[in-house]
Design a protein. Sequence first.
Lengths: 209, 209
Amino acid sequence: MEQEVRDSTQRVLDVAETLFMDRGYNAITLRDIADELGIKQASLYYHFPGGKEQLFQAMAERMFERHHQGITAAIAANEGDLRSQLRDIAAWFSSQRPVKFMGMLHADLAALSPEHKEELAQKAHSAMFRPLRQCFVEAQARGEIRAMHPDLLAGCFLWLMDGLSYGETRAGAPPRQAMADDIISMMLDGLLLRSSEISAAQRTWVFQS
Amino acid sequence: MEQEVRDSTQRVLDVAETLFMDRGYNAITLRDIADELGIKQASLYYHFPGGKEQLFQAMAERMFERHHQGITAAIAANEGDLRSQLRDIAAWFSSQRPVKFMGMLHADLAALSPEHKEELAQKAHSAMFRPLRQCFVEAQARGEIRAMHPDLLAGCFLWLMDGLSYGETRAGAPPRQAMADDIISMMLDGLLLRSSEISAAQRTWVFQS
DNA sequence: ATTATCTATAGATCTATAGATAATGC
DNA sequence: ATTATCTATAGATCTATAGATAATGC
């Protein structure tokens, strides 16, 4: 029986994650979630007596925990090589349903009670931001990349991964993994023409600034 | 009198933009906007007989038009120099209230009628995305940057500018313009150590991939 | 007895409409 | 006459609660 409890509650969380992440906390009603599950709205209170807010909270915590696993595994599997680490993190996100947790952390958190808000922000930070930030700090310590505020780097990378979720909804967009590779190359190698592709005249310009 | 009509309607749009952009279409009620203006909720129907959706639509169109001016001016003032163009576009966004139009284009548009949705998406594209995309296309034609899907480049840059709005709300964050400069340098120069800072051993690694 | 659902409904909003009121400008 | 507001309220949701029902497992 314990098993069935977990199954049906997990199914509620699955649907809640899909809907909340796609259209936001305020746009989704308990009725939307119940309809999608084929049950009545009031039945959700059996699984989450605390109502909509508790359901959102539980959904977000489960999601953060899952991403924490995915991100730290990608980092650990490529110790000492930032590019591979980022590539595997991107592959992890590609394997998951669109994240959009950045916009979520802003607009949706504002709708929650101060305690829930604070707790979720904290968990999002330790689950996703902190490991990634550490990843950049270590790459800097190894001399692999130049000094730049690691908060900014982690924020940019997560932000861009989040953006992939939106980008892929466009018609005619390249596959997500190809976009992720281009983004990582942009971040690490930069866009300026250099090395063998570069003419002498361009080279002086490139390094003048 | 004509003047006063414009003033009070513009004031409604100002408040609507602040609130809608900060917390999203669904989170903000007409009462929130009216309260902030010090008027009653029903009075908004004098300015926008079409109600909440028309108000959002008008607010978004005015905002897109304003950003179109800002972006194209920044581009035109630095013709032939991508880095300066991007820097001035970033400065433009820093001068404006936080954008968050990316998340808006996703979650908020979904709440509108199909016609409004289509029209706004179209206007956002021509006002902001298209000029920036063209900017990257021309930099590629000049040989200033390497070939990469210009849609991706424009999307990344706008996305990161959008992210600055969120980033600056954190405690202890560096000033927005400093973060913008770092982001532009990351995009153009990349993060990898190279040029004079680079050792011979590292150089072979840098260019091997 | 426990699990997972249901029906019915109270109470709180929220959008939108109808029509009144007050101030300004011709 | 026009502009900009107001009061009052209908109608539609949405969240949450109370208590009933059906199925499963001991």
